[in-house]
Design a protein around this ligand. Structure first.
Ligand code: ZN
Length: 346
């Protein structure tokens, strides 16, 4: 079977690899769609991010859907032919943080397509995969496998909302309307946010934010003055989600957040300087958010039931043979939000 292997920056190859043997608690899957995520792009463009570097060839990818193709003897909740969304998260279940119910902080996490540990954890961009039975989440007949591959980035957004500790009836500001920010907006709508204002520096993501449920969109590059009305009286938003990973966006968020507001930083934009005086004087709660755990099942449920429609987020789908083209397209933020690879297309 073929897999998409990253050797180093700008060196992505389609290679033949061996599928490992299937254990009794495992499932063999024919991969259908794989979404290219920001971290995949970092590996492709720069060979890593922060201090994380690719030190050995690694298959990329962790946003995937597929069809069950074989079952281990102990797997009873699935059938061959079942269409599934696949959680890339494989916590150990035994460490201190798994025992605390914080599986996203697992000390022995084997998250698909991660160069954080060494040896690296191989990713899921391949024609076939062996997964654990618990990673498989059945999808409804009406949900496309392409949309099902959005369950992972939606989970990231839902976990960020959980970190804010409730948004019911609140005025919410979202900066950065790429796939995560846009899906997060869909989640905010369902979580009961009263009003959602979305900001970005490009029009394509703002159009998507509107389709995902934002009440107002602001282009911070061409109409920054639209933010002024939210800066008055010490700020107007009770919660801010910063999903761009950029310092100017974080600073804009601090300008418009109310005293004692909650600012959740979703983007992995690297280290930046924070105006501490402003943060302290406004008594702002600055919170991180990292991956997800239980939210994956919630995300699949929301997509299955149509409570969140992820279609506006998907801008292109290319066959596996055009994987490099797909990665280049995903790098171009002027025309791409979520770019997916179709592993079944000839
Ligand atoms: Zn663990």
């Amino acid at each position: 079977m073929r897999a998409l292997i990253c050797h180093s920056a700008k060196d992505l190859r389609i290679e033949n690899t061996e599928l490992p043997a299937m254990g009794p608690d495992q499932v063999r899957v024919k991969v259908a769609f794989g979404g290219i995520c920001g971290s995949d792009l970092h590996y492709y463009q720069h060979g890593g991010f922060g201090t994380v570097r690719i030190k050995q060839p690694m298959a990329l990818g962790h946003e995937i859907s597929g069809v069950v193709d074989g079952l281990g003897a102990n797997v009873k909740h699935l059938a061959v032919g079942q269409r599934i969304a696949i959680s890339p998260s494989r916590p150990c279940g035994a460490c201190r943080f798994c025992q605390l119910g914080q599986q996203n902080h697992c000390l022995n996490m084997r998250f698909f397509g991660s160069a954080m540990p060494f040896p690296h954890i191989q990713g899921a961009f391949a024609e076939q995969l062996i997964i654990e039975g618990y990673q498989a989440h059945p999808i409804g007949q009406h949900l496309s496998l392409s949309e099902a591959a959005l369950a992972e980035p939606l989970s990231v957004g839902l976990h960020a909302i959980q970190r804010a500790g409730g948004v019911l009836g609140k005025q919410v500001f979202v900066t950065g309307c790429g796939p995560i920010g846009a899906l997060l907006i869909g989640g905010l709508r369902r979580a009961g946010a009263a009003r959602i204002v979305a900001a970005d520096i490009a029009d394509l993501p703002l159009k998507c934010a509107k389709e995902m449920g934002a009440d107002e969109t602001i282009n911070l590059k061409t109409q920054p003055e639209l933010l002024d009305k939210y800066k008055v009286d010490k700020g107007q938003f009770e919660a801010v989600f910063e999903a761009s990973g950029s310092e100017p966006a974080l600073r804009a968020g601090l300008d418009v957040i109310m005293p004692r507001g909650i600012l959740v930083s979703v983007g992995m934009g690297g280290d930046m300087s924070i105006p501490m005086t402003q943060l302290v004087a406004k008594e702002v709660d600055l919170r991180g958010t990292f991956r997800f755990h239980a939210e994956f099942a919630n995300a699949v449920q929301f997509l299955n039931s149509g409570l969140i429609n992820g279609k506006p987020v998907i801008t292109s789908v290319l066959p596996m043979d055009k994987a490099v083209e797909a990665f280049e397209l995903a790098c171009d933020k002027s025309q791409s939000l979520k770019v997916q690879i179709d592993f079944e297309a000839a």
